[in-house]
Ligand binder design. Structure first.
Ligand code: SF4
Ligand code: SF4
Length: 496
């Protein structure tokens, strides 16, 4: 365990007193030239970086009216100050959303507002200096782009967008983050974040088929690169790797089997995640996403379904149509990508799946709403479907379910602490401290109802919780996939 104190879990949430600079030491490893150049970024800090940074900022506010409005409209009302899990977990005032925004806003004001040009000190405008750049690197990598603060801001100012813009500028001047950029490079080179090549992927899927056959006696297939399949499943590569993720993949396979739908994975597009969103870079966002369109066209599928991955669903739901659409080559009944939860929910609604919830009677379950699903996308045909659908699937699969406190779920959900490109061990202190509000809410349902299983539909949340639960004295295996629960409850061979 790293050398820091895990925050205490209290009976009631407490807004901490300010501790100035307490997380000033926390910053992720800087990308090396090998991680930068494949993404089209300079390998190191460029000579005239100040003017390059200011120019890039100008381009971004010209391209995005939202970003300009966010930078122009804060009235310092303070409503966001106690809404960020990183502030609540660390006490560092620079982790208050408004303070984080001001890191970029101060530079924007200096170069792109009249008052900032004429009276910089009066309006809190700052020159673009190396100290400012260093501060950006530190505190824009203490934002998981979860958008919780924007829910409480009367102007809807989205700190996530500001954080993405700052990271884009930093990459442009040659100061990228190793973790995210290395992962994007792996997608370009090998096809997925894990760097799992096609033979290893095929091996894993063959092994899964054998395991499920041994367990159930049923030939559930996990097909790869099958041309002419109806469905292309795009799922986070974590699902191929280890528990609790792989239990979800087994669940998807069983659901497809039971639905009688032909499906396939792609070895070329073997990754739902798109870390380019975290670094705020449109060109890379497009390039990663385009692999999915190419795979869908190459395989000739009729539908695209996305597995349990929070930010991937945001990219798919909110951006794919403009990034890689139109999807005019898909079945006209399924003109946009679907979430695996929508697919499973539809089958449950139609009575096409038999689920035995008693198969999960060893579990008392709660659900962690993932940020990007909750606040940046939807599911189904009704507002709020992203909250209703996963819970309906869980409730059909288990007998005992309890939600966490209302101000910590649905659109007020707290981030797991590892989203937005921060799921790296060089940020473990931040990750543990940032998980405190979620752990606090979890403790309440553990104490009140004996909850022993927290389901999630995001690979990052699952990985993050596996790591941080033990810091709070919870077992690491109490986090799991929603489709892991389905997998246990589903009765194969009925209603085929
Ligand atoms: S987007 Fe999330 S992590 Fe970033 S400042 Fe807002 S609440 Fe904090
Ligand atoms: S809630 Fe919105 S307007 Fe108020 S201080 Fe925060 S960002 Fe500014």
């Amino acid at each position: 365990m790293a050398n820091f104190e895990t925050p205490a879990l209290r009976e009631y949430p407490v807004i901490p007193l300010l501790q100035v600079g307490t997380m000033a030491h926390s910053k992720p490893f800087v990308a090396k030239p090998d991680h930068q150049t494949p993404l089209g970024f300079p390998g190191q800090l460029v000579d005239n970086w100040e003017s390059v940074a200011v120019k890039k900022l100008g381009e971004l506010v010209n391209e995005s009216r939202a970003l300009r409005v966010f930078l122009d409209s804060c009235v310092k009302c303070g409503a966001c100050t106690d809404k960020c899990h990183y502030y609540l977990g660390t006490s560092d005032p620079k982790n208050m959303p408004v303070a984080r925004q001001d890191l970029l806003r101060s530079v924007y004001r200096r170069y792109y507002t009249v008052a900032g040009k004429l009276f910089p000190k009066l309006v809190g405008a700052r020159d673009m200096t190396k100290d400012v750049l260093d501060e950006w690197y530190t505190y824009f990598h203490q934002c998981s782009q979860c958008r919780r603060c924007s829910v409480f801001c009367p102007y809807g100012i989205d700190t996530a967008e500001i954080s993405m813009a700052a990271r884009d500028i930093m990459d442009t001047v040659g100061v990228g983050q190793k973790y995210s950029n290395e992962i994007i490079g792996k997608v370009y080179k090998i096809g997925n974040n894990l760097g799992l090549p096609e033979p290893a992927l095929r091996n894993t899927l063959d092994g899964l088929e054998e395991d499920v056959k041994d367990e159930t006696g049923v030939d559930v297939k996990f097909p790869l690169d099958v041309k002419g399949a109806d469905v292309l499943l795009i799922t986070p590569s974590a699902d191929f790797f280890a528990e609790p993720h792989i239990d979800g993949l087994i669940g998807y396979g069983k659901v497809f089997h039971q639905a009688g739908v032909s499906w396939t994975l792609s070895s070329f597009a073997s990754e739902a995640a798109n870390f380019s969103m975290f670094i705020g870079n449109h060109d890379n966002l497009h390039r990663v996403a385009m692999r999915i369109r190419e795979a869908a066209l190459d395989l000739g599928v009729k539908r695209i379904i996305v597995g349990e991955c929070g930010h991937a669903w945001r990219v798919a739901y909110s951006f794919w149509n403009t990034l890689i659409g139109p999807f005019d080559f898909l079945d006209r009944n399924y003109p946009v990508p679907q979430h695996i939860c929508e697919f499973t929910y539809d089958l449950i609604q139609r009575g096409a799946l038999t689920l035995d919830p008693s198969a999960n009677d060893d579990k008392i379950v709660t659900f962690h709403d993932s940020c990007n699903v909750s606040r940046a996308s939807r599911m189904g045909n009704h507002p709020g479907g992203q909250f209703v659908i996963p819970r309906a699937i869980i409730k059909a699969s288990v007998n005992r379910f309890h939600d966490m406190a209302p101000d910590t779920i649905h659109e007020s959900t707290f981030c797991c602490g590892g989203g937005g490109g921060l799921l790296t061990d060089d940020l473990i202190e931040l990750r543990v401290k940032g998980a405190q509000p979620r752990m606090q809410a979890l403790k309440q349902v553990v104490d009140d109802y004996g909850v022993n299983y927290m389901a999630a539909i995001c690979a990052i949340c699952k990985s993050q919780f596996t790591k941080v639960l033990p810091y709070y004295k919870f077992p690491m295996d109490m986090i799991g996939s929603v489709h892991g629960l389905v997998s246990k409850a589903i009765q194969l061979g009925t209603k085929e």
